[in-house]
Ligand binder design. Structure first.
Ligand code: ATP
Length: 348
């Protein structure tokens, strides 16, 4: 893996007044480019030729310039570095670049190590436990004694996940070799989006910085969401969990206290385990009828649910006078860090 020192040495050569925001045209890139534009920053979209047209359809969301590639595994690091680019990792970025992300010789917003921690299930569980989060019980194929969800490796947006209730059902339904088996938690899914700034003071203080709640969503998954319609229509459905979109959530205000505490604990733990996590992250959880939160994942980057709020959210309006998306917040943090000569604090 490329060292932090190497990344920071590349950053040293940058013209701090001409920093550009770069990412792959997918996932949350419209929001990231839009937010950067609002902050007066220039943007670069790494794009396949065939997708450029889609981005050109959104004049305020498209990048200022494109770098056209044949394959996302061939991201031209030298060209990006020459252009003073800081790369913003999003879900598709992490998925498409795969192992290459570890070596990508371009300054990246946030702590690259946090992506390694979220991507490795053993590390992720260590992180969630160290944060004191309540997590659903884990099973082996032999010990399944209740409804469980079987998950496959990688951020697949729930694709291929299945529900089993016994060792026999597991054997029948699951053919893959790598999986985890987790107790199925009934309840309401809640995905709060946070932003941690090591540069800010005041507000909800954590370590020497400040934690912000940007917004909350829940995902729309096919076909589990709305499966009642099929059931009412007399169609039997096997539940599946493929993410197809997101919808907004606002929480009972008393629950916001707990949500903030959980976010703070995740940040504290990130410092104990891998030198912190500046920038956006999300805790994926389910709230039961007893109002207990069970966490099943942490995403150490911007998540697609933030796309609901390109003009701010019912939480950011209490912190900012102007519309503040997570994309814009990232651009603002980079601008501010450059001005304060503290880019090293938010880049790896
Ligand atoms: P991504 O990495 O894109 O966030 P993923 O492929 O890692 O997704 P998860 O987020 O772990 O998958 O889970 C996908 C969906 O499965 C969740 O959004 C939720 O609807 C459901 N789910 C996950 N774990 C549980 C659980 N323990 N109980 C009930 N439902 C669950």
């Amino acid at each position: 893996m490329i060292t932090k020192e190497k990344v920071h040495s590349i950053l040293k050569g940058y013209d701090k007044k001409k920093i550009k925001i770069a990412t792959i045209c997918s996932h949350t890139s419209l929001q990231l480019f839009h937010g950067a534009r609002q902050e007066g920053m220039k943007t670069i979209g790494i794009c396949l030729e065939k997708y450029k047209k889609t981005y050109d359809a959104f004049p305020f969301g498209k990048p200022d310039e494109y770098i056209i590639v044949d394959n996302y595994k061939d991201i031209p690091a030298d060209e990006l570095a020459e252009k003073n680019a800081i790369v913003i990792p999003h879900g598709s970025f992490v998925e498409y670049t795969g192992k290459n992300l570890e070596e990508l010789a371009v300054p990246m917003f946030g702590n690259r190590l946090s992506l390694m921690w979220e991507g490795d299930r053993n590390k992720l569980f260590k992180w969630m436990r160290d944060s004191g989060l309540q997590i659903p019980e884990l099973f082996t194929p032999e010990t399944i004694d209740r409804p469980c969800i079987v998950k496959l490796p990688g951020a697949k947006g729930g694709k291929g996940y299945t529900i089993v209730s016994s060792p026999a059902e597991f054997k029948k339904k699951v053919k893959e070799e790598k999986f985890i088996i987790q107790e199925y938690i009934p309840g309401v899914r809640v995905y709060p989006h946070y932003f941690y700034s090591p540069l800010s003071k005041g507000g909800y203080e954590v370590r020497n910085g400040s934690l912000e709640l940007m917004s909350i969503d829940r995902r729309l998954e096919s076909n589990i969401d709305e499966s009642y319609r099929a059931t009412l229509a007399g169609v039997t459905v096997e539940p599946s969990f493929t993410v197809i979109g997101n919808e907004p959530v606002i929480l009972r205000e008393s629950l916001v206290r707990e949500i903030m505490e959980m976010g703070a604990n995740v940040v504290e733990s990130s410092y104990r385990l891998f030198q912190g996590m500046p920038g956006p992250f999300c805790i994926e959880m389910i709230c039961t009828e007893n109002m207990k939160f069970y966490v099943f994942e942490i995403s150490a980057r911007i998540v697609a649910g933030t796309n609901l709020y390109p003009l701010g959210s019912p939480y950011t309006c209490y912190s900012y006078k102007e519309p503040m998306s997570t994309g814009r917040r990232i651009a603002r943090e980079i601008k501010r860090a450059a001005k304060l000569n503290k880019l090293e604090k938010v880049i790896y």
